[in-house]
Design a protein around this ligand. Structure first.
Ligand SMILES: [Zn+2]
Length: 347
């Protein structure tokens, strides 16, 4: 019983508007959840919120570690957030700051990496030795898990697939470049295209507009998906277009990483085959060496928007396991010498 209790960890997902935290068991089940608004004003306020949710969950569960997932670049040592797009973190030494507050081992992880880890451990990527995950939301988050190891790159910022140039000279991106993949295959790009079409006054977008009371700015990703599911041809077309761009980018990733499975998550993936069928079709037609190589599967993510929380918690558990294993291997020299002397004494 004690072993089970010790295996519980807390996962914290820091989003742009909400902090979601949960107690997660070794099978990836969330035993309890708490939510708070994200205070974006100062790093200190965000740390307070993290310490607060952890304290609340610890009052009811025995937990051994905390994993924090956040959008942004985490340095390769896992100690600092180099940059976070919607928080005040700039070279923020978050890990040690939170560790001092909660007095437990703490890890921090990029949110897309955390979600990919969860899908590999418990979701659509289970059993896959070569997995690439993409999460489509405001932008595109990416991660690669190979034989249970997360690809982090030398500086910790690998997997930023959303900023691969896919259309030279194309749409301007927040990163400063033009034509990035996330300008064509993210949830935001779907909404941008739908709003642009509706604002043009084209009669083909009338049904989409009627659904949101006639205001193009009220069109959202879910409203397009809903219209497509009801058979609206323009909504179907908009999802197909985003799906095709997804397929082009995945073919590029297959050329680089040769995975067995792609797992696609995020809001747009809720459209299911309306979106993934055109992605698979374009992927097949764009794949380098097509016809002469096995093709990766393209699967929808299984864990929804709690994947980041579950993955961060599981990575915190994994970190403790690795730490213990290393500690067992690296006994002090004095201890090893004493053992050798004892053995000689026996002879
Ligand atoms: Zn970009």
């Amino acid at each position: 019983m004690m072993a089970f209790i010790q295996a519980l960890t807390v996962g914290v997902d820091i989003g742009g508007t909400k902090v979601a935290a949960g107690v997660v068991d070794p099978e990836g089940n969330i035993l309890e959840r708490v939510r708070r608004d994200t205070p974006s004003t100062s790093p200190q306020a965000t740390e307070d919120t993290i310490a607060d949710v952890v304290a609340e969950l610890r009052s009811r569960y025995e937990v051994t570690a905390v994993g924090i997932g956040a959008a942004g670049w985490i340095d390769v040592t896992g100690a600092s957030v180099l940059f976070s797009p919607h928080l005040a973190w700039r070279h923020e030494p978050l890990r040690d700051a939170v560790r001092r507050r909660v007095r437990l081992p703490v890890i921090i992880e990029n949110d897309a990496n955390a979600a990919a880890w969860a899908e590999w451990r418990f979701g659509a990527g289970q059993g896959e030795s070569h997995l690439v995950c993409v999460t489509l939301g405001t932008g595109i988050g990416g991660a690669v898990v190979t034989d249970g190891v997360m690809l982090r790159g030398k500086y910790g910022v690998a997997g930023e697939f959303g900023h691969m140039t896919i259309v030279p000279g194309g749409h301007r991106c927040e990163c400063g470049n033009r034509g990035c993949w996330e300008q064509y295959a993210s949830g935001n790009s779907l909404v941008r295209e739908a709003r642009e079409l509706a604002a043009s006054g084209s009669p083909v977008a009338q049904n989409l507009l009627d659904r949101v009371g006639g205001d193009p700015l009220r069109i959202t990703g879910p409203s397009v998906t809903e219209a497509a599911k009801d058979g609206d041809p323009v909504a179907v077309e908009l999802l197909e277009e985003v799906g095709r761009w997804l397929g082009v980018g995945l073919a590029n990733l297959a050329a680089a990483f040769d995975p067995g499975t792609f797992v696609v998550g995020g809001g747009v993936s809720e459209a299911g085959d309306l979106f993934l069928a055109p992605a698979r079709d374009t992927f097949k037609r764009s794949l380098t060496g097509r016809g002469f190589r096995p093709e990766a599967q393209i699967q929808r993510a299984a864990l929804g928007n709690e994947a980041g929380l579950v993955g961060a918690a599981d990575l915190a558990r994994e970190n403790i396991r690795l730490f213990r294993r290393r500690r067992r291997r690296r006994r002090p020299a004095s201890e090893r010498l004493r053992e050798r002397v004892d053995r000689l004494a026996d002879i």
